[in-house]
Design a protein around this ligand. Sequence first.
Ligand code: TRP
Ligand code: SF4
Length: 351
Amino acid sequence: MTAQKKSRVLSGMRSTGKLHLGNYLGALANWVGLQDKYDCFFFIADWHALTTDYADTSAVKQNSLEVMLDYLAAGLDPERSTIFLQSHVPQHAELHLLLSLITPLGWLERVPTYKEQRENIKDKDLGTYGFLGYPVLQSADIMMYKADYVPVGEDQVPHIEFTREIARRFNGFYQCRGRAVFPEPQPLLTPAAKVPGTDGRKMSKSYNNTILLSEPEASVRQKLKTMVTDPARVRRSDPGNPDVCPVGDLHKIFSNQETLAKVDAGCRSAGIGCIECKGWAADAMVTRLAPIQQRRKKYEDNPKLAWDILDAGSARAATVAEATMDEVREAMHMSQQYSPPAPGAGGSGGK
Ligand code: TRP
Ligand code: SF4
């Protein structure tokens, strides 16, 4: 039997602190399912976090740990996946520098997230070289492992497209022993359920409407109590429509068929109240979170365990990264090895 080599997958999240249900259902849960089929690399992008949070870096280490705890809690498995910390694989910085040399400024200025963030984030000065170069660092992350697929949400597709263009440009300029160094990675779009936050908008840290993967049960229940509902259902006696209600959306994500049917009928006939309905949504959510929080607890109680896994993963990632960098350095004539002059090439020495 000839085992086909598994395709490689790489993805990461910035170290922004504890992850929420939107992060989980939008990305992490999907990654967990990829671990059997693919050779997976998942990492924590702590340098990327600093592209916006450079002025005060005091939280970055704890934030990286929190992301790691959530990765492990969600079911990323260090036996099957390489889980690492970006800043502990310094080869990323070297590749970022080399890629920056061939990156046209216009390509960076055209990246949609760049313009959006410059307009939306007003409390930080994002007029930095590092922030403009965010997609170059992301390209280095992806290209370093010669990833075939990058599981991401819709919003990240321009960054993958950017990476493909940089890889193509690199391969056009430089080859290692006559061969292209980098494949062009493709996005692996996550079939993501949009999780509504407590205010009915998309769940997002910047909206302050999140429910954390590590949210304690009492707090889940409290947050759901204040969640917005179908605005047409003002009084208990008004019928509602679960299809336009954020709590109805939560039921579709978390509840079983039986509860869904009860919600649908009860809401439309005003047979149930919103308080009761929210209680059922909380039950379903708490049930889903329980095994995740149980796994998290083991590492929360002993964070050294999580750091050790991250260190081992980073060491493993670094061996792959160093092999790629060997090819990159050779392709760019930066390799430290002496290469004897080709026969008949004259006396000008190695190049
Ligand atoms: N930019 C990504 C985000 O904000 C995080 C990230 C950094 C990433 N490097 C990456 C994602 C490489 C995929 C691959 O979500
Ligand atoms: Fe929303 Fe449930 Fe209230 Fe209907 S009964 S409006 S689905 S919270």
